[in-house]
Design a binder for this molecule. Structure first.
Ligand code: SAH
Length: 340
């Protein structure tokens, strides 16, 4: 069986035309799919006879396993997929509209020491339709239009490259969710070869890199991926991304007590990004794992000031949804999972 939302618009269009439909049909079907229909019969202007010719197709409908609403309005969904796997997404309400943080894999194989999503390893990649369903069905459930998307939930998006690229193209399609490329942010732990590939896709999305350390030795101690790529290689790839897309790159830097939060670390970090169109997001670490503690408020303030004094664009990430464990990976770990 094939999830009809896993086709790109062009693939869907070709399939429908092969089955005797006129070219306008793909637009109608695509629109229905992205408005959250749960079965073919709900597409009232599409002849039912069409689907009889395509018996292998189905429409994915994730089940809301759990929904948590924070006092600040942040909503967290735990979805159960067709094979029983669970993933999470978080919807945040900002002044400029609704933003959703979505997952790209069930689990993650990157092994970052501070992250809850990687605890059970990677179970599987999500398909393009499953990635998009998080936006479709959260928007439908809340009755709102979600205009910003961040690929910062469970999983490493560049480790599921082809599906993620297909998803981005579909989400940006004018007959679908029509989300502006500039309103999509992809976060990666720094898979350098894929960062180059992404720069060459011609999709002007924002790239965010989880740096978390200014030196390779520190980075290797918290992120196994640092054994594969050096910080120098990552920065070079970021500069290429800026050149190719004209978009600035942002860096995520999670502050962990006594690991990466010294004044020296701040100075080295500033020198790394010198002269780049970039932005650094400092994130007080969420204490989701053993032996990982959050830096003190004073240390975080000093770290930020050193960056500012060195001309770096920096903000401390506002934490939303603290009362509902909104950081990804935490709910999934508590849920029953088939096969584990
Ligand atoms: N794999 C991608 C995207 C998912 S993680 C990546 O690494 O970027 C999204 C962000 O949350 C990353 O910056 C990640 O490092 C950060 N993160 C993970 N666990 C965290 C924790 N316990 N506290 C704060 N940030 C965390």
């Amino acid at each position: 069986m094939i999830n009809v939302k896993d086709f790109t618009y062009d693939e869907l269009s070709a399939l429908l035309m092969e089955n005797g439909e006129k070219s306008f049909r793909a637009g109608q079907v695509f629109k229905w799919l992205h408005s959250g229909v749960t079965c073919f019969d709900e597409m009232t202007n599409v002849p039912k006879s069409l689907w009889k010719k395509l018996p292998d197709l189905y429409i994915s409908v994730p089940k809301i396993e759990q929904k948590l609403v924070s006092s600040d309005g942040t909503v967290k969904y735990l979805w159960r997929l067709s094979d029983g796997e669970c993933i999470e997404s978080v919807v945040m309400n900002y002044e400029h509209g609704y933003s959703i943080c979505i997952s790209t894999q069930a689990g993650c194989s990157m092994g970052c020491k501070f992250c809850a999503s990687t605890i059970g390893g990677k179970i599987r990649d999500l398909t393009p339709g499953e990635i998009e369903d998080q936006i479709i069905f959260a928007g439908k459930d809340m009755g709102v239009r979600i205009s910003n998307v961040v690929l910062m939930g469970i999983g490493e998006p560049l480790d599921n490259y082809d599906n993620v690229i297909k998803f981005i193209k579909n989400a940006g399609h004018e007959k679908g969710l029509n989300i502006g490329m500039r309103h999509i942010t992809l976060s990666t732990c720094g898979l350098v070869d894929k960062m180059y590939a992404l720069a060459d896709e011609g999709l002007p999305i924002t790239l965010s890199v989880s740096l978390h350390a200014p030196e390779d030795e520190i980075r290797r101690s918290i992120m196994p991926v640092a054994n594969k790529y050096t910080i120098e290689e990552i920065i070079k790839a970021c500069k290429y991304y800026v050149r190719q897309t004209g978009r600035r790159v942002s860096f995520e830097y999670t502050l962990i007590k006594d690991v990466n939060d010294s004044k020296e670390n701040a100075k080295t970090l500033a020198s790394l990004v010198k002269g780049m169109q970039s932005h650094i997001n400092l994130i007080p670490v969420n204490e989701a794992r053993k032996n990982i503690s959050r830096s003190t408020g004073v240390t975080i303030g000093v770290f930020k000031d050193i960056l500012l004094q060195n001309g770096v664009n920096v903000t401390i990430r506002r934490t939303l949804g603290g009362d509902i464990n909104a950081s990804c990976g935490q709910l999934r770990n508590k849920s029953d999972r088939s096969g584990s």
